[in-house]
Ligand binder design. Structure first.
Ligand code: ZN
Length: 254
């Protein structure tokens, strides 16, 4: 038989042991919840959750009319340049301005780029990615922005200038938008209007595009007057306004 004292001592030890167990459990729970909270705050959600969220974002359709804006070049690819004036910067600025006007008119704008980055390591990959952005969306229009230059070895030092609109002669929506942009740019009277060109065979970005598409060369980097015009911020707004107005008018006709 055990003495009463011995039983008491044993009970006391058991209580202390139980209290220690509870304490350790609480500490472990606090450590686990802290880890979960810090993971959450750092954004390191379990990967399947992150993928599902990205998919949901991508597949959410606003139901609005969509237009894809494509400022050419970017990143390592400056495009045409003169001193520290780069085609990639001018076309990005114009594209963003066109986008602002379209968005203010309840049109959803999808940009192939909104900052100074290329869409591929080389030109082929870059153009392929631009076209696949377009072909993954059912858009009203795809409009690409560029600044021209000419090879002085071929053309000599003769002055070449003017804006130029490329479109798809096999597609009436592309053709109508091209004509409309051409007229509105002509109204600005800043340079020559060069003949419209069919890009349905010659231009990858138009040929492979499943959306009605137009490519605009706003003028020549080599030409002083053209360059002075499109490198000025106020004039970029005029150019953007001409393009955006054409797009909106054509959407209203369609
Ligand atoms: Zn270009």
């Amino acid at each position: 038989m055990k003495s009463v004292n011995e039983l008491r001592r044993r009970n006391k030890r058991r209580r202390i042991y139980n209290n220690i167990k509870i304490f350790i459990t609480i500490v472990i729970l606090i450590l686990i919840s802290n880890k979960l909270i810090s993971n959450y705050l750092n954004g390191s959600l379990p990967s399947n959750t992150a993928v599902a969220m990205a998919y949901e974002e991508e597949s959410a359709d606003s139901g609005k009319i969509k237009v894809i804006l494509d400022p050419g070049h970017g990143g390592h690819d400056d495009g045409a340049s003169f001193g520290d004036i780069y085609e990639k910067d001018i076309v990005l600025s114009i594209s963003n301005k066109v986008g602002e006007i379209l968005e203010a008119n309840d049109i959803e704008v999808i940009y192939t780029r909104t900052d100074d980055s290329a869409l591929g390591d080389d030109e082929k990959e870059d153009l392929k990615n631009r076209v696949s952005i377009s072909n993954s969306t059912d858009a009203e229009y795809f409009v690409s922005f560029h600044i021209n230059d000419y090879d002085e070895d071929i053309y000599g030092y003769e002055e070449v200038y003017g804006f130029e609109v490329w479109t798809n002669y096999n597609d009436y929506k592309s053709l109508n938008l091209g004509k409309s942009i051409e007229e509105k740019l002509e109204d600005l009277d800043y340079t020559e209007c060069r003949p419209m060109i069919d890009g349905s065979e010659a231009l990858y970005i138009i040929r492979e595009n499943e959306n009605p598409s137009v490519l605009i060369e706003f003028g020549f980097m080599n030409n002083y007057n053209d360059r002075m015009y499109f490198s000025n911020e106020y004039n970029q707004e005029l150019l953007a306004n001409a393009v955006a107005t054409s797009i909106i008018e054509n959407i209203n006709i369609n």
